[in-house]
Ligand binder design. Structure first.
Ligand code: GN1
Ligand code: MG
Length: 360
């Protein structure tokens, strides 16, 4: 990471008037580097280095974010708390765009929302608010006039993720395929591959639309105020056309797990039905106006798909030698995989209960 003076000079590329006092690490993202910029003025900022290896088309990515935030801003125009309910990105002085690049790294700056909190775990009450907020977020974007692109093409396409796992297995770049546990996890995942690729089949049959989704609805990508009200949704890099299963499924995967996604004690991993019920109730209130019966009846499938897809992604990264996700220790991606496989099984066991709750 760069030193403070270098970071301050990057902040200076953006239209910021305040004097910068300090730049400190912020948050727990696995992809971008995120920093808090403290200033002498009333506004503080969030500076992010966008992971350009992963997000190759930063122009498109910021286009999506600019269109979506502008559209939401219009809808919330009469809300007195609007500045805490939608992110504000600062333009670059020289180009007017909401990112700056030196030709190598890509940076962006947004206003830090004061008095807001992220949570890694939530109770059913907060899950209900979160469900409503993500449902509303999709509803607000359902009539966006702009064309948004896929910032990571086929990001949540299960057929692609399955193919990437097969490629990782054949290449065996890190020599990990000889581990018996790797072989047994692979055998287990393969049993469900076809079943989990249902969304792509429905899409090809014309039965499942793509809509503008957030695609990274981890519980900690949402800001709450001190009273537990949802302020806004953050981390918009993956905002793109996708199936609604993305947003529903990834929230359930993170908030619905009894433990964190990398907890090594897999005996404790389980999908919480109380969180499922609260989140689903809120989500259906927020998104009910546009969801089709096929989308609605497949929400239990989404709750299984996302732990499954995440297991496949962590596992492929482990087999490839840990090139995608930041890791804190050598087996980190394997530990994450075990955890997500256990969560997948717990979700599968509860499909009948989930379907009954939804009324199918
Ligand atoms: C990544 O950046 P972060 O940590 O919010 C990943 C998500 C995964 C998640 C797993 C662009 O999200 O898709 O679900 O890690 N984002 C990207 O924790 O791959
Ligand atoms: Mg994040």
């Amino acid at each position: 990471m760069l030193n403070t003076n270098e970071l301050i000079s990057i902040v200076g590329q953006f239209a910021v008037e305040e004097q910068v006092l300090a730049v400190k690490p912020l948050g727990e993202g696995l992809i971008n580097d995120t920093l808090l910029v403290q200033t002498a003025g009333p506004r503080n900022y969030v500076l992010q280095r966008i992971n350009h290896a992963i997000f190759q088309d930063v122009e498109l990515l910021q286009h999506n974010i600019d269109c979506a935030t502008a559209h939401i801003r219009k809808k919330l125009a009469s809300d007195p708390d609007i500045d805490r309910k939608v992110l504000t990105f600062i333009p670059c002085r020289s180009t007017g765009k909401t990112y700056w690049t030196d030709g190598n790294a890509y940076w962006r700056l947004s206003v830090f929302i004061e008095g807001a909190y992220t949570h890694n775990t939530v109770n059913p009450e907060y899950s209900y608010y979160a469900g409503k907020a993500f449902g509303n977020f999709e509803a607000m974007l359902s009539d966006i006039p702009d064309t948004l692109g896929e910032t990571i093409p086929d990001f949540h396409n299960m057929e692609l993720r399955a193919r990437q796992l097969h490629e990782a297995v054949s290449a065996d770049k890190a020599g990990r395929m000889s581990q018996p546990e790797v072989q047994s996890i692979l055998a287990d995942l393969l049993k469900y591959e076809e079943q989990m690729c249902k969304a792509e089949r429905l899409h090809r049959e014309g039965l499942l639309p793509k809509r503008i989704c957030h695609c990274d609805t981890k519980v900690n990508n949402m800001l709450f105020d001190a009273q537990g009200n949802v302020l806004c949704v953050i981390d918009l890099d993956t905002l793109m056309p996708s199936f609604v299963f993305s947003d529903f499924g990834d929230f359930m995967r993170t908030a619905g797990n009894t433990v964190a996604e990398d907890d090594p004690d897999i005996g404790k991993v389980a999908l919480r039905m109380d969180i499922f019920e609260a989140f689903t109730k809120g989500y259906l209130e927020g998104a009910g106006s546009f969801l089709t019966p096929i989308e609605k009846e497949n929400l239990p499938y989404a709750a299984c798909l996302f732990p499954y897809m995440q297991a496949v992604r962590f596992f492929a990264d482990y087999i490839n030698g840990d090139t995608y996700y930041k890791i804190k220790y050598p087996e980190h991606n394997l530990v994450r995989t075990r955890n997500q496989v256990a969560l997948f099984h717990s979700a599968m066991d509860q499909v009948p209960a989930m379907s009954k709750f939804i009324g199918i």
